[in-house]
Design a binder for this molecule. Structure first.
Ligand code: BES
Ligand code: MN
Ligand code: MN
Length: 462
């Protein structure tokens, strides 16, 4: 049976199983959800066995378990390792969801006239990861599995994959593969398929500014004592100049200028500034001077405050000079920037710009390097041909601004490259309230994956 027919016949099943997966609130950032994390891992193990894996297991780590599965078909065939994550971002701010984030529903949207599944994790990454399990089911049932397949589905991607690094280092033989296939990114539009060729790196820090050893009356002391919230605001403001360049000394030392070839390649990416602004409700964009929106948000570094707090935030007025102020600050990095080096540069600069009268503490919450993928390898070519087959259009290579920091470690420890064949849209609101994943995208993914296996095996023989 053709994959298209198989999907047509099993559509309702696929969606109802995905709903079951989405009902489990597997939030990795909050330990209160630990039982749900365990349940999700168990559920996936069963799903892998039902789909046709010879073996599947829930592997313990010092943190959340990794679900591993495999199906072996032959010695002379290539091995594809599918990576995905079953953990999800916290759902808050919960009051901004139109429906319960863990009670999936299908609703139509402008970009999803056939309907989209609304739930936390629908697109990032449960819906995308689950496509691979359903594609496996088809390939096994129909005797069309042309590669050995391994699954590694982790539960800590959204919090930095610390224990996956441990797992990979300790299971190199088990995880051995020829190519890693990942659906955890996006395409440009339904009529514009694309394959990601770069991800940014990341460093994430928390800063704490301390002034007086207790909150003080702002009338009695105001004017004479450094206010940590005022100070922190000024320090943050100094991190970027009027051109939106980052001011940390030596920050750009290893950043390569964008080549004319890259510029030309990106010029082919369709982009509407009006739709971009409309989609996120802003009146204007704020790019790094000299760079386009696409460049600024994908292959140039960026710096953002993710959260800031301190002082009195209750109802009404309370007149104080707070003792402390805090912020969570992250920087997206590009190839060759070393995240630990950038962390050190930030820490040095941030400590140095603090005025007298306060102390500053900077804590690293982790990070990882950027990743670039060549468009000239079997993995990319197989994905390109697979998408060409199912979309009827050749996918274009695109850069991505987000991060999957563990991919660089896969390459280092396992020696294999990754292919980023994702199917989400930028407008799917991953990490935001009302995250969703289109039925079109979900089924298109299931349809495309078996072609990847077919073409990859053909190329491998050569
Ligand atoms: N799937 C995303 C990465 C991504 C984001 C791909 C946007 C394509 C577009 C992944 O789950 C993610 O959110 N990664 C984090 C990494 C962090 C928690 C270490 C990110 O980019 O913030
Ligand atoms: Mn993801
Ligand atoms: Mn994510």
């Amino acid at each position: 049976m053709e994959i298209k027919n198989y999907i047509e016949q099993n559509k309702d099943h696929f969606v109802s199983e995905l709903f079951d997966l989405l009902r489990m609130p597997s939030v990795s950032a909050d330990s209160a959800y630990k039982p749900s994390i365990e349940a999700t891992a168990q559920w996936l193990k069963e799903a892998l066995l039902k789909a046709g894996c010879d073996k599947a297991e829930v592997c313990k780590t010092p943190g959340n378990p990794v679900v591993y599965g495999e199906k072996y078909v032959g010695d002379n065939l290539p091995t594809v390792l599918v990576y995905g994550h079953y953990d999800v971002q916290p759902a808050d701010p919960i009051e901004q969801w139109h429906t319960n984030p863990f009670a999936p529903v299908i609703k139509k949207t402008e970009y999803h006239p056939e309907g989209a599944v609304f739930a936390r994790g629908a697109c990032d990454d449960k819906g995308q990861m689950f496509m691979h399990i359903k594609a496996l089911e088809y390939m096994v049932k129909e005797g069309k599995l042309t590669c050995n397949i391994k699954f590694m589905i982790e539960g800590e991607e959204e919090i930095g994959s610390k224990n996956l690094a441990w797992f990979v280092k300790n299971n190199q033989e088990k995880l051995k593969n020829d190519i890693i296939l990942i659906s955890d990114t996006g395409i440009i539009a339904r009529d514009t398929p694309s394959i990601n060729v770069s991800l940014r790196g990341l460093t994430y820090l928390e800063v704490e500014v301390t002034g007086p050893d207790k909150d003080l009356h702002s009338g009695v002391y105001g004017g004479a004592v450094a206010n940590p919230v005022n100070v922190l605001s000024k320090m943050i403001a100094q991190l970027q100049d009027e051109n939106n360049h980052i001011t940390i000394p030596h920050f750009y030392d290893k950043v390569k200028e964008i080549t004319p070839e890259t510029r030309a390649l990106f010029a082919e990416i369709p982009f509407s500034l009006e739709n971009y602004k409309k989609g996120i409700g802003v009146t204007d964009v704020q790019v790094e001077k000299g760079y386009s929106v696409i460049e600024s948000s994908t292959i140039r570094p960026s710096l953002d405050v993710n959260g800031i707090w301190g002082g009195y935030i209750g109802e009404g007025a309370k007149t104080i000079i707070p003792s402390k102020a805090f912020a969570k600050i992250s920087m997206r990095l590009v190839p060759d920037q070393d995240w630990e080096e950038i962390t050190a540069l930030f820490t040095e600069y941030f400590t140095q710009i603090a005025p007298k009268g306060v102390t500053v503490k900077v804590t690293s919450l982790g990070g990882g390097p950027a990743y670039g993928i060549s468009i000239d390898n079997d993995g990319y070519h197989a994905a390109e041909k697979a998408m060409q087959t199912t979309f009827g259009k050749r996918p274009i290579p695109t850069p991505e601004g987000g991060s999957i920091p563990i991919i660089a470690l896969f390459e280092k420890e396992l020696g294999s490259k990754s292919v980023l064949m994702g199917f989400g849209f930028d407008s799917d609101l991953i990490h935001s309230p009302n995250e969703h994943y289109g039925l079109f995208n979900f089924f298109k993914g299931i349809e495309t994956i078996p072609y990847f296996f077919e073409y990859y095996a053909q190329m491998y023989k050569k």
